[in-house]
Design a protein around this ligand. Structure first.
Ligand code: AMP
Length: 404
């Protein structure tokens, strides 16, 4: 149990969260990261704005067929990624770690991951903690921390998320974590954060995640207050591309918001946090979940009418577009008022937002889910076409992203 535990103890006094919080007071008060690590009851919440951004408790957990094997996909043996700020333990500490890793290996319970046979670089692999050099902490969630890590044999850089089983049990989120792992490990898209694999020991679960070098989009948004339209349009195009991919796989994310989006080293957007996502082949769910500011009107309906489809992610995309351009969510208010305003579609787009962007927002924030723009229509909307070069839609435009 040595190195991560020791590192965690050593870091106990350091607020890792600080690295991820903007000094901007509004941002700090406003933000309440909703992830599986923040699925806590509303009664524990702080400020009104923070409450609205908290994930709502899951009302009904759908039963998923649980696959026994997980797929991890392409992990190249060389990486062109240059990590300039990687902070690895000293040589002596690394030497000690290697020893402790060896003894730790015997107590870990590795899970065999089946890798797809489409590239000869891949082979079945037992992941375990000793394989990784652990670097600096990247952030902290409610149930654990995320560290920069490097595969000792290949040099592959990734993020290692460490979740404590006891905390998952106490908070009754084991199913949610299992679902997150099942769903995310089967996804491979440039704008969806990759989950390469996972393993566990007696106390902890380790998720091997793609490293998102520029961190949380939320942090960038708070710093900028609002994004310039070209950048916002490129982000929305990337979101549309990712959501199209997810919906094709019958996955609804259900918790789209800036806190759940990370940025890659080149500023490309990566949807993460599949804690509330669901694989719904029949495309219809009636589970109350998500984050109040981003909830669609159909989720507030009672009874048999309370059905919703992947169109919920389209509503959230409208809320996201608004928040990117205005700096706050369109229905932000007291909790009761937010709900009331959502079911009425009561929002105003400020005059400084361009006519094209306003057109996209109002065509996504439509009360009737069937009447919302489709993701294809989002991709070919004049606002997107204006700001995204053909062929680069859905991916990052280097010139803009690198200015951040
Ligand atoms: P989470 O527990 O998933 O909410 O993660 C806590 C924090 O760690 C996030 O807010 C990010 O700042 C950071 N983080 C999580 N995953 C990654 C990743 N794959 N790459 C870089 N930073 C990450």
């Amino acid at each position: 149990m040595a190195d991560i535990q020791a590192l965690e103890q050593r870091l106990e006094g350091i607020s890792v969260q600080d690295e991820n919080q903007d000094a901007n007071a509004h941002g700090a008060a406003h933000k309440s990261k909703g992830s599986l690590s923040h699925a806590i009851s509303l009664s524990n919440l702080g400020s009104q704005a923070a409450q609205n951004r908290m994930k709502l408790p899951l009302q009904k957990i759908p039963t998923n067929a649980q696959s026994k094997t997980l797929q991890a996909t392409s992990q190249t043996t060389s990486t062109t990624t240059t990590i300039t700020k990687i902070t690895l333990p000293s040589q002596a500490a690394q030497h000690q770690q290697r020893h402790s890793a060896e003894s730790r290996d015997s107590e870990a319970e590795p899970i065999t991951l089946l890798l797809p046979a489409d590239t000869k670089l891949l082979k079945p692999k037992n992941f375990h903690l000793g394989m990784f050099e652990i670097g600096k902490p990247l952030g902290k969630g409610k149930f654990g921390r995320v560290y920069l890590a490097r595969d000792r044999s290949t040099g592959f850089v990734c993020a290692l998320k460490v979740l404590h089983k006891s905390e998952l049990q106490q908070n009754k989120v084991e199913k949610q974590v299992r679902r997150e792992i099942e769903i995310q490990s089967n996804l491979a898209h440039p704008n969806v954060l990759r989950l390469y694999g996972h393993f566990h020991d007696t106390k902890r679960i380790f998720l091997i995640l793609e490293f998102a070098g520029k961190g949380e989009l939320y942090k960038h948004l708070r710093k900028a207050q609002k994004f310039p339209e070209p950048l916002a349009a490129q982000y929305i195009a990337q979101m549309a591309s990712a959501l199209k991919y997810l919906h094709k796989k019958h996955v609804m994310h259900r918790d789209i918001k800036p806190e759940n989006i990370l940025l890659g080293l080149h500023g490309e957007l990566k949807i993460s946090d599949f804690g509330w996502s669901v694989h719904a082949p029949n495309n219809r769910r009636n589970t109350m979940c998500g984050t109040l500011d981003y909830l669609p009107p159909e989720m507030f309906k009672q009874g048999p009418e309370n059905w919703y489809t992947e169109a919920i992610d389209l509503w959230s995309l409208g809320v996201l577009t608004y928040e990117f351009l205005v700096g706050e969510a369109p229905f932000e208010d007291t909790m009761a008022m937010t709900q009331r305003r959502i079911v009425r579609g009561d929002m105003t787009v400020p005059a400084f937002v361009s006519a094209d962007a306003k057109d996209l927002i109002t065509k996504l924030l439509v009360l009737d889910p069937a009447k919302r723009l489709s993701l294809e229509e989002v991709e070919s909307h004049p606002w997107i076409l204006k700001h995204c070069v053909k062929g680069e839609r859905g991916t990052h435009q280097k010139s803009l992203g690198d200015k951040r």
